[in-house]
Design a protein around this ligand. Structure first.
Ligand code: 5AD
Ligand code: SF4
Ligand code: FES
Length: 363
């Protein structure tokens, strides 16, 4: 290990240069030291209980056309679906029985009235069938303040909206001209102001992204004071404009995974008491990717609750795992993975981040 690395790993507050140095680690021994340090910070600030958020992939209908995403509007090869109210409630009932603290309702973006009313009704119904016990997170993209207000009033209390990259110029290269970085940041601010626990995140290893960009992403998370981070490696999808944007991606995919894990580790060290998800995209690269995410500092897992018949319809990237596994199988499989690394599942708890709870106390 380089002598210069040890003092950096002992610091409580990293500089931008420190962050870049850590993200750029190449040596396996140094990387292990980084993960160990991140794990220590995780143990101290959030513990080793993993919280489950059951993921309901509501619909793959999307009005947007992000260049990286498999369900973008322009992809004709996708069969579009939307779950019925009963199908969503069925998934929510599973979450209640399995004692998941909360569910995440995620979907392609739509801003029409029918969609807004549907979500509002669903949120109310999910609350109802769970006696108010199930926490509800929405991940439904950019919406107007009025819509965010309605869904909050209906009972949603967390919202996930990834910034994808905090570099506005890079953001522009990943989206068509009618998508706006500024609107995305504004939406995050609005959600925060309305009282949602806000989650955001980025993709790691995007075409044209530098290590300095990733360091700035971590600074962005801090500045936005978010409660939760969900991030994972960029994985090319064969039917998108970015399919071949990273030549040799497949041959080097282990390197992409390791960089994503370093990003999780450095984010844990720098932000300490927030929730960080070990995302499915990690498992798309390596069978044990999500366990590696937990060992690098993540503490949240989102087991998929979507009915098997719809899973292939929600392929944002290639190699997405669990295409044939149902909610019961994923639940058992994930619990096994978690106990295999000596951690436990926080059944029946909301698992709000200490960061959010501490902030609330001060208000
Ligand atoms: N690789 C990795 N993540 C992706 N997402 C979309 N497309 C990809 C891809 N090709 C992520 C985005 C989005 C989330 C729902 O899925 O970050 O916010
Ligand atoms: Fe739609 Fe989200 Fe995919 Fe963009 S990333 S195309 S908004 S589902
Ligand atoms: Fe879905 Fe293993 S996580 S089957």
């Amino acid at each position: 290990m380089r002598p210069a690395l040890d003092p950096i790993l002992k610091k409580d507050e990293l500089t931008r240069d420190d962050i870049i140095t850590l993200l750029d680690i190449d040596d396996p021994a140094e990387e292990s030291a980084l993960f160990e340090r991140a794990y220590e910070v995780k143990q101290r600030h959030v513990g080793t209980k993993v919280y489950f958020r059951g993921l309901i992939e509501l619909s793959n209908i999307c009005v947007k056309n992000c260049f990286y995403c498999g369900i973008r509007r322009g992809n004709r090869a996708v069969d579009r679906y939307a779950l019925s109210e009963e199908e969503v409630l069925e998934a929510a009932r599973f979450a209640v029985t399995a004692r998941y603290g909360s569910v995440v309702i995620q979907s392609g973006e739509r801003q029409d009235d029918e969609f807004i009313c549907y979500i509002e009704r669903l949120v109310g119904k999910v609350k109802e069938i769970s006696d108010g016990k199930l926490g509800i997170t929405l991940s439904l993209g950019e919406q107007s303040e009025a819509t965010y207000r309605r869904w909050y009033a209906a009972g949603a209390h967390r919202y996930l909206l990834r910034i994808e990259t905090s570099n506005a110029a890079l953001y522009k290269t990943l989206h068509p001209d009618d998508h706006s970085f500024e609107a995305r940041v504004e939406a995050l601010r609005t959600l925060y102001r309305l009282g949602y626990q806000v989650g955001t995140g980025v993709m790691i290893g995007l075409p044209g992204q530098t290590t300095a960009d990733l360091a700035d992403d971590i600074a962005f998370f801090k500045k936005m004071d978010v409660a939760m981070i969900g991030m994972g490696p960029f994985i090319p999808h064969h039917d998108t404009p970015l399919a071949d944007a990273i030549p040799g991606w497949r041959e080097h995919k282990e390197l992409h995974l390791r960089r994503a894990l370093r990003m999780i580790a450095v984010t844990r060290i720098q932000l300490r008491d927030i929730n960080i998800a070990s995302t499915t995209a990690l498992q798309a690269i390596d069978e044990t990717g999500r366990e590696m995410g937990l060992l690098a500092g993540a503490n949240i897992i989102m087991p998929n609750l979507t009915d098997t018949q719809y899973r292939t319809g929600y392929q944002l990237y290639d190699d997405k795992p669990c295409m044939d596994e149902n909610a019961t199988m994923c639940a058992a499989c994930l619990e096994r993975r978690i106990t295999s690394i000596g951690e436990t599942v926080g059944y029946g708890e909301w698992g709000d981040s200490p960061h959010f709870l501490n902030a609330k106390k001060q208000h």
